[in-house]
Design a protein around this ligand. Structure first.
Ligand code: CAA
Length: 386
């Protein structure tokens, strides 16, 4: 495997690191405590080109690509995991337009999404349709030149602040994953309102809300792709989204390791700093090894995406392994802090709560295993017998 991080990708990583250290890290604990969505910091991320990194230059984006995106997102996550999920979902929201949008739709929205003057969101999940989005009931009915949407979406990342939202709704009579379609709904459309906001365990500076559609009329021209293609649009967007969440998890895990190393190098017990004990050293070694592996899995998925190869399996492997690693690293980091780690005075307490979401959203670990197993079995099944 030939894989090298280019100078340009490295510069993007350093730019994101610098921004995260100066603008996010000093504020992250306060945003978490107060449950504040950091509007100004998100605007700055947009100005730096971090919210539409897949948008190509001919559409006024940076076209930085998935590897650069992953490197930058890891840096943002290490400072503020909430900001990282905002960045991840904003980038995810450009994918349906990039892959399924008409020229008119791309020209209308992508440049502003890439510049951060518009914030995009993605609405798939419903109260009764989480791991199984094919059971959704939100419906869009075509009447002349408009679709009329009725239903509700839940757990929508920054839904309250989004300017445009990718909404998946049922248009056909078929059941399950067939008969779904994808739409763009703009903020302020009559019949579209933001419902309740979730009070979450972690990622408290990321906004998570319910969206309600009551006879919400949108132009028929806001349909993305063909009617009935909605599930495919959602799954392709989630393949990319999973690289984002894997990157977020790697960033959280790195921050956990850094906190653990720093604390155990200062904390003295039995007459020595506790990092001199083998029990602690083995924990650090295991975490560092898993983080390295998670990072390479994530970059490998991103690299396949940049090279235009299929990356469904690799994105799920990265998301599964990196999210489990983030949780293990957070557990380890809190453990070595002892009682102090259990208090709000130490960053590991926040990291521990933030890590927890990564094995759940954008497909639980169990869903990732389903995707990986299907892909592996179909690859092996299609291999010719020797
Ligand atoms: N790319 C393109 N097409 C895909 C695809 C992919 N990755 N995965 C599936 N499809 C297509 C299939 O080829 C199939 O097409 P045909 O009907 O033409 O044959 C169709 O979609 C149906 O596929 P499946 O039969 O595999 O569907 P399924 O019902 O068995 O579900 C699943 C598969 C993988 C379990 C899927 O439902 C899934 O990923 N569930 C998890 C949902 C999820 O991740 N939700 C997260 C919500 S978003 C979020 O968390 C965002 C946030 O704010 C942080």
């Amino acid at each position: 495997m030939a894989f090298e991080i280019s100078n340009e990708q490295e510069m993007i990583r350093l730019m994101a690191r610098d921004f995260a250290k100066k603008e996010l890290e000093p504020m992250a604990a306060r945003w978490d405590r107060e449950g504040t969505f950091p509007v100004d910091a998100v605007k700055k991320m947009g100005e730096l080109g971090l919210l539409g990194m897949m948008v190509p230059p001919e559409l006024d984006g940076s076209g930085a690509g998935a590897v650069a995106y992953s490197l930058a997102l890891q840096e943002i996550a290490a400072a503020c995991a909430s900001c990282a999920v905002t960045m991840s979902v904003a980038n995810l929201s450009t994918e349906p337009l990039l892959k399924f949008g008409t020229k008119v739709q791309k020209d209308k929205w992508l440049a502003d999404l890439a510049a951060g003057s518009l914030l995009g969101a993605f609405a798939l999940t419903e109260p009764g349709a989480g791991s199984d989005p094919g059971s959704m009931t939100t419906r869009a009915v075509l009447k002349k030149d408009k679709y009329i949407i009725n239903g509700a979406k839940v757990f929508i990342t920054h839904g309250q602040y989004a300017d445009i939202i990718n909404v998946i709704a049922r248009t056909g009579q078929e059941k399950g994953t067939r008969g779904l379609s994808a739409f763009i709904v703009e903020k302020g459309t009559p019949g579209f309102t933001v419902g309740s906001r979730e009070e979450k365990l972690g990622l408290r500076a990321s906004n998570t809300v319910e969206l309600i559609f009551e006879d919400c009329e949108i132009p028929a021209g806001n349909l993305l792709g063909n009617p009935g293609e909605g599930f495919k649009v959602a799954m392709m967007a989630l393949d990319s989204g999973r690289i984002g969440i894997a990157s977020q998890a790697v960033g959280i895990a790195r921050a956990c390791l850094a906190e653990a190393v720093s604390y155990t190098g200062q904390r003295r017990q039995f007459g020595k700093t506790i990092d001199s004990f083998e029990a602690i050293r083995f924990m650090i070694a295991d975490a560092a090894t898993k983080i390295e592996a998670a990072s390479w899995l994530t970059l490998a998925a991103a690299d396949r995406k940049d090279r235009g190869l299929r990356f469904t399996k690799e994105a799920s492997m990265a998301k599964l392994f990196a999210s489990e690693t983030a949780n293990a690293a957070a557990y380890m980091a809190l453990q070595v802090h002892g009682g102090y780690g259990y208090t709000r005075d130490y960053k590991v307490e926040r990291l521990y709560r933030d890590a927890r979401a990564t094995t759940i959203y954008e497909g639980t670990s169990e869903i990732q295993r389903i995707v990986i197993a299907r892909e592996v079995i179909s690859e092996q099944g299609s291999a010719s017998p020797s």
